[in-house]
Each structure stands twice: as C-alpha cells, then as structure tokens.
Design a protein around this ligand. Sequence first.
Ligand code: HAM
Length: 426
Amino acid sequence: MEFTTIKGFKDILPEEVVNWQVIESKSRSLFASFGFQEIKTPLMEKNKIFSRSIGEDTDIVSKEMYSLKDSKGHLLTLRPEATASVVRAYIQHRLYENYPVQKLFSIGPMFRHERPQKGRFRQFYQINAEMFGDPGPKSDAETIALAIYLFESLGLEELRLHINSLGCVECRPRFREKLNRYLIDKRDLLCTDCRRRSETNPLRVFDCKLETCKRVVSDAPSVMDFLCKPCRDHFESLQAYLKSLGIAFILNHRLVRGLDYYTRTTFEIQTDRLGAQNAVAGGGRYDGLVKLLGGPDHPAIGFAIGVERLVSLLLEDGGSKRRKPDLFIAALSEKSQDTCFTWAHSLRKSGMWVEMDYGLKGLKAQMKKAGRLGAKRVLIVGEDELTSGKGILRDMEAKSQEEVGLDNIVADLNNLNTIKDNNGTE
Ligand code: HAM
C-alpha cells in the first residue's frame, strides 16, 4: 500500500472512538464539578517555550521534539506536552487577573519522537489539568483526587498512585550536590548519557531505563533526607489529606518524572496491565515555572493522562459498545420511499438515529442490511401499506412484529423511542 500512516501515528477507528467519547464526556463532567474550564492552545509553539520549561537535558527536549524552521528561520516545535503552552497562555492573556485560582483543562494530541511500542506513540493524546494560584497541599490532594476519580468513574480501580516530593529551590540543591558526589563515585558503572547527566542534571539519572544505571540509583541518597521543614510539612499534609479522602498511595522516593519543572509534589498513576509503558497519568507541582516563563511568581500543579493507555485498559475490560440505529425504514416502492424520506428526516431532527436504503432493493435485501447495521426496529412501508394507512413495525431484538397506523407515525415512533429510553432498556 502506497499511503499509510506515519510510524508511531495511528488512526482511531469508529469502533474505538466510542471509548474516547465516553472518556471525554466523563472527564468534562468531572472537570466541571471541580471548577476547571477548557482551554485550547495551538499544536505548534516557539521552540524555546518547551526547551526552557521542560529542561534542555531531558529526553523530551534533547531527543524527542518535532521541530522545524519556518521561512523566516524561526524554530518552531509541535507540542510534546501541554503544560508549557498552558502556562504561556496564562501569562500572555493575564488569566490570573480574572480569578485568584485558575483551573484549566485541555484534551488534545501531543508529539514526541520516541521509539514506538505498545502504549507508546509519536502522536498521542493527553487529558491535561492545570491549577494555578494556590501553593498549599490541599490543592495537591484535590488535583490527585480528580485524576483518581476520573479513573474510578470509568470503572478502573486497580491502579497504583505513587507520590514523591522533590523539594524546592531551598533544599533541592543540597540533595543534588549529594547525588552528584554519589554518582561521580560510581561513574564507571553508568552509561555514557548518565555520566554526562550526573554532572549537568543528576536527578535525570533516575529516569534511565538501563539495568546497570537502575542498580546504581537503587542505593543512591534519598531526597527525603534533604527536604527542608516547609517541604516536609507540605508532603506530610498532602499524605494526611489523601488519607482523609480514602485515596491509597505508595511513597516512591525515586519518582523524579521526565520533566525538569517540578517542585515538591510529583505523582504517577500506574498499572500492571500495560507492560513497560505502565504510567497512565503523571503530574506534580511546578511552583517556579510561571515566573521562569516571564509571568508573576504564581504556584501551580497539574497532571496529564495518556488517553491511548486509558483506552487500552477500557478495551481489555470489554470497552463501550458502538451505538446502533434506532430505526431502519424499509421502503418498498418509489412513492413510499419519497414519503418515508420525509419521515426519516423528521425523526432524525428529534434525535433518533434513522437509516434507509435509497436503492429500491427488495424486502429481503433491506432486512439483511438492517440486520447488519444492528437496527433496533424496522418500519416496512410499501405501496399497499401507504394505501391502507397501516405499516409493519418489526422489533429486531424481540424478533416480533405488529401492524402500526401510519397517520401519526412520526409522533408514535418518537414516543415509542422515548418510552424505551426512559425504561433504560436500550
Ligand atoms: P508525562 O509523564 O510526560 O507528563 O505524560 C503524561 C502521560 O502521557 C503519561 O503518563 C502517559 O500516560 C502519556 N504519554 C506520555 N508519552 C506518551 C507516548 N509517547 N505515547 C503514549 N502516551 C504517552 C506530562 O506530559 C506533563 N505535562 C504532565 C503535567 C501536567 N504535569 C503537570 N501538569
């Protein structure tokens, strides 16, 4: 085949889209209860926004961004994540002037040139939430709870929440220095990338996937031993608030996450069901980023959920079923087809999914088509039915049929549909 999708990019076909729609609608209603408003930012931004926010020494910035120069020589990048763009918008439009606490969500595609594998794509979707303006641990607990409730509302409960604190500008440098010294001692055991990272950005060594480097960091100093009092208090309060909400968590002092902007709380929601790509959501506090990008010194916290990974979990559990037509109208003559054509449109306007075949095929062929589409009912109308004013309505699930008057057929079919809907039988 000459034209297929690019490696790491995929089509989301109608069968799967149903699950995406369920996820989106549940997210939107939960975001509304938590006071989050939707924001849409461009897919492409100035490169510097990402390199400065995420960090030059991260895998995302150093290897994975899709960047291009435009005709004026400006370096532009397809967004690898949403946070930096949302922060840019927060500053550019002075969103902080409207509300002291701004809560923003977005849903859309991100781009990272990673090696594709199960659960890892080069274009993937994130549901992204960011809360600006409150520095306290209640906001951390609220943000984490929102992510957890979203998974729960989709029937996914066997997930594990990992939390950590990375300290702040006061205490992190002490940890960094200690880690740097530890890693220099173990230099010979590290891969080439980690040797460099141990000097430039030692926390990034925790991200390395190589077993040899993982062994080295397993004995590395713990960030917990270096937290200053305010960071320790913050982290302890967060744990208390999570407990008060009945949210279980695992303390994971090696959780640094792949982006440099985090301060204090970081968290990840993981599953055992997706192989190596086990994180379905990740996030944390980034109190210095708004200032770093030229805005006021406002604290913030957020997370992103990987939609493809979430959909995989739902599909493993059976997934949502595709919607089926409420009615198929089998018109058996040209004249009856003209009349049925107008009925079909009135019914569609009132919300019913109605299908017809315009090919003037015989009853058998039309019934076959209705069956293939999974139509719940079929209305059969030929020349004789039009004359007598009585058609046949077949219930495809009960496999029964009855005669129906055609004088008020649009209203009657609408009523029938509403009654079934209200009874929850369809
Ligand atoms: P992240 O951990 O890079 O965080 O991505 C969040 C989630 O996106 C991951 O847990 C995963 O489910 C999904 N994801 C990441 N890369 C891929 C990929 N190549 N293919 C499929 N899914 C993927 C962030 O992006 C931060 N901006 C989150 C955040 C928001 N922190 C604060 N606010």
